[in-house]
Design a protein around this ligand. Structure first.
Ligand code: PLP
Length: 409
C-alpha cells in the first residue's frame, strides 16, 4: 500500500468475485482512459508547488512523491493482490525474500522470538536462522505438521509464527486455522507464505493469518519473467509497521515488475485451475508407474494430509509435485534421478517454479544442496527425489517427455 493509495474499502469492490477483482482492481485511469493499466515508469513525481510538496512529504496530503515508496503502477498491483487475498492492504517488494525481510524488520526487535516450520523455503530459514540471529532475534524451527511442537516452542518473547503451506518439495501441509488459534493465544502474529497456492486456491487471512507473504516471481507473474514480492495485512499494520521501513530501507518493487505481475494476476485463477488439474492427472499417472516408489502431491488421496489440503486449498492440489524413483543405494538413486532429468527434452531444468513452462529439478543437489546429508535425511529429501512444477503444455507430451527418462533407468 503506497502511503497515498486509496484504501480498498473506499472502492466499489464489495460483493465482486475474486476472478472479477483479479481483472479489474487498480488505481483510477489516467485522463487518457487506457483500458490496460498504465505503466508509470518514473522515479519521481513533480509537485504543483512548494506548499503542496511540503504537505505531501509530511503526510498531511495524499499525492505521489518518489517511487521508493509511492508509485501508481505499484499501487495497482498492491490493491489487486490485497483484494484477492481478502486483506485490507498490501505492500509490494523487490522480491519474495525482501518481503520476508520487510516483515521481520517491521515486526521484530532484538530479544524477540520467532517460531518457524523447518520445512519452509531455504532462504527464509537462512534469513531467520542466520541473518536475524546476528541482530538478537531467536528462531525455533519446528515440525511442519505437528502442532504440539509449535505450542511447546512458545516463549513470553514469541512475536511471530512463520508458516508456508504446502512446502517445497515434499508438499507437506500445515493447518492455518489451528496455527492462528495458537498464535492469537500468545499474542503473536501469524505470517503465511502463500506462494504455492496463491489466493486463487488458498486465502490464509480468511483462515486467521495476520500477514500473507508472496513471491510474485512464481504464480502471480506466472510466466517466469520478473522477480517480485509482497506482504498483505491489515491497513494499520501496513501503514504503521511496513511503510516506514520501506521508506527508510527501500526494498521497493520496480514499477515495471509490478506491471508484469499486475497483468499476470488477470489470468491467475484460470492458470491455477488448469495447472492443478494437469498436476493431478500427472501425479495419478506417476503413482502407478513401475519405476516410482512414492509420489508427493496434496491432490492424491495417498497424501497424508489430503483432507486438510482439500479443505484449505479450494479442493485443488496446486501445480507442484515430487516423486521418488526406485533405487537401492544413495549413489544409484542420484544416478537414476539425474538420468531421468537429463533424458527429458521438453521440460526446463531450472530451479524456478510457477511458470506455464513445466520445470523439472533434483532438490537434493540444487535447492537443498547446501544441507548436510543428515539434514536432508531428517527432512525426508533423499537422492532419489525429483520435483516437477507442472505447466500448461499438453499433458500427453509431458508424459511422453518424462517417459524418455523413466524408460532409460
Ligand atoms: C521463491 C520463493 C520465495 C522467494 O521468492 P523470491 O521472489 O525468489 O525472492 C519464498 N517462498 C517460497 C515458497 C518460494 O517458492
Amino acid at each position: 500500500m503506497s502511503s497515498n493509495s486509496e484504501s480498498n474499502s473506499k472502492k466499489p469492490y464489495a460483493g465482486l468475485h475474486i476472478d472479477t477483482l483479479a481483472v479489474r482492481a487498480a488505481v483510477d485511469k489516467s485522463q487518457y482512459g487506457e483500458n490496460s493499466e498504465a505503466l508509470y515508469l518514473t522515479s519521481s513525481f513533480t509537485q504543483p508547488d512548494s506548499q503542496t510538496a511540503a504537505r505531501r512529504f509530511s503526510g498531511e496530503e495524499d499525492g505521489y512523491i518518489y517511487s521508493r515508496f509511492t508509485n501508481p503502477t505499484v499501487a495497482s498491483m498492491e490493491q489487486r493482490l490485497a483484494l484477492l487475498e481478502g486483506a485490507q492492504a498490501c505492500i509490494g517488494t523487490s522480491s519474495g525474500m525482501s518481503a520476508v525481510l520487510l516483515l521481520c524488520m517491521g515486526l521484530l526487535k532484538s530479544g524477540d522470538h520467532v517460531i518457524c516450520s523447518r520445512s519452509v523455503f531455504g532462504s527464509t530459514i537462512k534469513l531467520l536462522g542466520s541473518e536475524f540471529a546476528k541482530f538478537g532475534v531467536e528462531t525455533t524451527f519446528v515440525s511442519q505438521t505437528d502442532i504440539t511442537e509449535w505450542e511447546a516452542a512458545i516463549k513470553p518473547t514469541t512475536k511471530l509464527f512463520f508458516a508456508e503451506t504446502p512446502t517445497n518439495p515434499l508438499t507437506e501441509v500445515c493447518d492455518i486455522k489451528a496455527l492462528s488459534h495458537l498464535a492469537k493465544g500468545c499474542g503473536a502474529v501469524l505470517a503465511v507464505d502463500n506462494c504455492f497456492c496463491t489466493p486463487a486456491l488458498q486465502r490464509p487471512i480468511l483462515l486467521g493469518a495476520d500477514v500473507v507473504v508472496h513471491s510474485g516471481t512464481k504464480y502471480l507473474d506466472g510466466q517466469g519473467r520478473v522477480v517480485a514480492g509482497a506482504l498483505c495485512a491489515s491497513e494499520q499494520m501496513v501503514r504503521e509497521k511496513f511503510i516506514p521501513v520501506m521508506r527508510s530501507a527501500g526494498m521497493s518493487l520496480s514499477p515495471f515488475n509490478a506491471w508484469v505481475v499486475l497483468k499476470g494476476m488477470e489470468t491467475l485463477s484460470i492458470r491455477m485451475q488448469a495447472q492443478s488439474a494437469q498436476a493431478l492427472s500427472f501425479a495419478t499417472w506417476l503413482e502407478t508407474h513401475p519405476k516410482i516408489s512414492r509420489v508427493y502431491y496434496p491432490g492424491l488421496e495417498s497424501h497424508p494430509q489430503h483432507d486438510l489440503a482439500m479443505a484449505q486449498q479450494s479442493g485443488l492440489g496446486g501445480a507442484v509435485l515430487s516423486f521418488d524413483v526406485k533405487a537401492s543405494t544413495p549413489e544409484e538413486a542420484r544416478r537414476k534421478a539425474f538420468t531421468v532429468i537429463d533424458k527429458t527434452q521438453l521440460m526446463s531444468v531450472t530451479a524456478n517454479l510457477g511458470d506455464v513452462k513445466t520445470i523439472i529439478t533434483h532438490p537434493p543437489s540444487t535447492s537443498h544442496g547446501r544441507l548436510t546429508e543428515e539434514q536432508r535425511h531428517k527432512a525426508g529429501i533423499e537422492q532419489n527425489l525429483i520435483r516437477i512444477a507442472v505447466g500448461l503444455e499438453y499433458l500427453e507430451d509431458l508424459k511422453r517427455d518424462l517417459s524418455l527418462g523413466l524408460d532409460a533407468i
